[in-house]
Design a protein around this ligand. Structure first.
Ligand code: TPP
Length: 543
């Protein structure tokens, strides 16, 4: 069946509808003006960010909270270059999204035309794949392929660059019924012998540990990990990206491991005889700088959907390229019930009391850890936690007891300051009715504060918590320990964030008194719309 003729912009909009897109994040400009004209009569909810970096981080937060690919549309040149940090963040953390950008007309590519940028070159290193469209006829099929690539195998961002003349020329091309990609077949299953070896290693281990990463959440395998852990009596630690993949109120939970992780989790990994690593990348924050010392008494099983990650950073005894959920479902019947009482007792001996970090360092000054506790209790642990990058990120990661997947959203691999505000907006748009707690440093909050107004426009139930320590805290902490306290470029003046909030029509409250902290947080959590708490915290507290 041939559809009626339309221009390329309309073909794009129809293809995005067919791909299941509901919301589009973005920013207009001359080289996407035809696309925006087509959008004006389409049924999408278009979210206008205030900066293209904000649009991509919003899309990222939306995709992570919802578990579905997000869509972004920006213009050529500066529109595209502003997205690079957002793309890199999504690429490192395996977040599915399709970013469409405008391009100068085909004949002008390479002529230094106004707002021309080499999108293919610029996005190659920060996207999973990129396309440059050469005619309107290619648009529907390219959109279908882009969503396929973004969501199959290790998820990631895919870029479609559409020259302006391709948006304007006529096409009657149809959205394909099936995607046929000759060179991309990421779906791989474990062999029977791998499944048997997995079961044999687990059944014979005396001191096993599971390490759950973001891949567990991406493959929707949280229940399967919990089933394996409980049946075989295996404690579970998570990476930053894996927080929420295992209920931290479970006695088998060890919490975060790695550079900033819990002592007990790291001790367990150092002492275990089997490490079952599921959906992790083994980056340096997980393994430490000396990879040879990581889990050095253990046999290591590594299951990941990305074949390139197996034996990349850590040499393993059994590497399986497979979907984590599918593998765990297959292996389940071969796993024996077991208890490892002595091992668990040893681990329990390594646990540190949760009161650590709550004792005030200076009288009358709020401890930042107490802010996280206050949010946990006011939201009964049910908030979606979004963070920026810095000390506050680590306190939010470690002190909040994460119980559900897709409820901890943070820039893990890239560690991009400025992620928190827009990602919180994206998460709130993805999950209407859910309270979102955005943990922000006073540094990171200044990087993307232009997006606060979007939370007001949309009346989103977000509590923005700015940890005012008047410093770039995590860097200052490094200067304390590694540079004998020679502080440089880490003292930070900040605006009165409550006035900034008020300027965009948001409620803003200053909190300085430790005795008022719990009540202020509880009242902000009860508030229906967006609210910002500017909380003065102890700058000497360490993460
Ligand atoms: C875009 C970007 N620039 C620089 C850094 C390096 N960096 C990591 S943490 C940090 C300090 C963050 O300070 P703040 O936002 O105030 O949070 P805090 O550590 O005080 O909680 C810096 C500068 C980064 N991660 N991202």
């Amino acid at each position: 069946m041939r559809s009626t003729a339309k221009n390329g912009a309309k073909a794009l909009v129809e293809a995005l509808e067919r791909a299941g897109v509901e919301k589009i994040f973005g920013y207009p400009g001359g080289n996407v003006i035809d696309i925006f004209d087509a959008l004006s009569t389409a049924r999408f909810d278009f979210v206008l960010a205030r900066h293209e970096q904000g649009a991509v981080h919003m899309a990222d937060g939306y995709a992570r909270a919802l578990g579905r690919p997000a869509c972004v549309i920006v213009t050529s040149g500066p529109g595209l270059t502003n997205t690079i940090t957002g793309l890199g963040t999504a690429n490192m953390d395996g977040v599915p999204m399709v970013l469409v950008c405008g391009q100068v007309p085909l004949a002008q590519i390479g002529t230094d035309a106004f707002q021309e940028a080499d999108t293919t070159g610029l996005t190659r290193a920060v996207s999973k794949h990129n396309f440059l469209v050469h005619s309107a006829d290619e648009i529907p099929e390219t959109v279908a392929q882009a969503f396929y690539i973004a969501t199959h195998g290790k998820p990631g961002p895919v870029v479609i660059d559409i020259p302006r003349d391709c948006q304007r020329e006529t096409t009657s091309a149809e959205y394909p019924a099936r995607v046929a990609l000759r060179a991309y077949h990421p779906e791989v299953s474990a062999t029977t012998s791998q499944v048997n070896r997995f079961a044999k290693l687990v059944n014979s281990a005396k001191r096993p540990v599971i390490l759950a990463g973001g891949g567990v959440i991406a493959s929707d395998a949280s229940h399967d990990v919990a089933a394996l852990a409980r049946k075989a009596g295996i404690p579970v630690s998570t990476t930053l990206m894996g927080l929420g993949s295992f209920d931290e109120t479970d006695p088998l939970a060890l919490g975060l491991s790695g550079l900033h992780g819990e002592y007990a989790a790291n001790a367990a990994i150092a002492q275990c005889d089997l490490l079952v690593a599921l959906g992790v990348r083994f980056n340096d924050r997980v393994t430490g700088q000396t990879v040879s010392k990581f889990a050095k008494r253990a046999k290591i099983i590594h299951v990941d959907c990305d074949p390139a990650s197996i034996n990349k950073n850590v040499t393993v005894d059994l590497g399986i390229t497979a979907d984590v959920k599918e593998l765990l479902m297959t292996v389940d019947s071969r796993i024996h019930s077991a208890k490892h009482d002595e091992w668990l007792a040893a681990i329990n001996g390594w646990r540190r009391p949760r009161t650590e970090g709550l004792k005030p360092l200076h009288k009358g000054v709020i401890m930042p850890q107490a802010v996280v506790e206050a949010v946990y209790s006011a939201t009964k642990g049910r908030a979606i936690v979004v963070t920026d990058v810095g000390q506050h990120q680590l306190w939010a990661a470690k002190r909040f007891r994460h119980t559900q997947p897709r409820h901890f959203i943070s820039s893990g691999g890239m560690g991009a300051m400025g992620f928190g505000i827009p990602a919180a907006i994206g998460a709130a748009l993805a999950r209407p009715g859910c309270k979102v707690a955005a943990f922000l440093g006073d540094g990171g909050a200044q990087m993307t504060s232009e997006e606060l107004i979007v939370a007001v426009e949309r009346k989103l139930p977000i509590v923005f918590l700015v940890f005012r320590n008047s410093s770039l805290g995590l860097v200052r902490q490094m200067q304390t320990h590694s540079f004998a306290g020679r502080y440089f470029a880490t003292d930070l003046a900040s605006p009165d964030f409550t006035l900034l909030a008020k300027a965009v029509g948001m409620k803003g409250v200053k909190v300085t008194d430790p005795a008022r902290l719990d009540a202020a947080v509880a009242s902000a959590v009860r508030f229906k719309g967006p609210v910002l708490l500017d909380i003065e915290v102890d700058r000497d507290a360490e993460a």
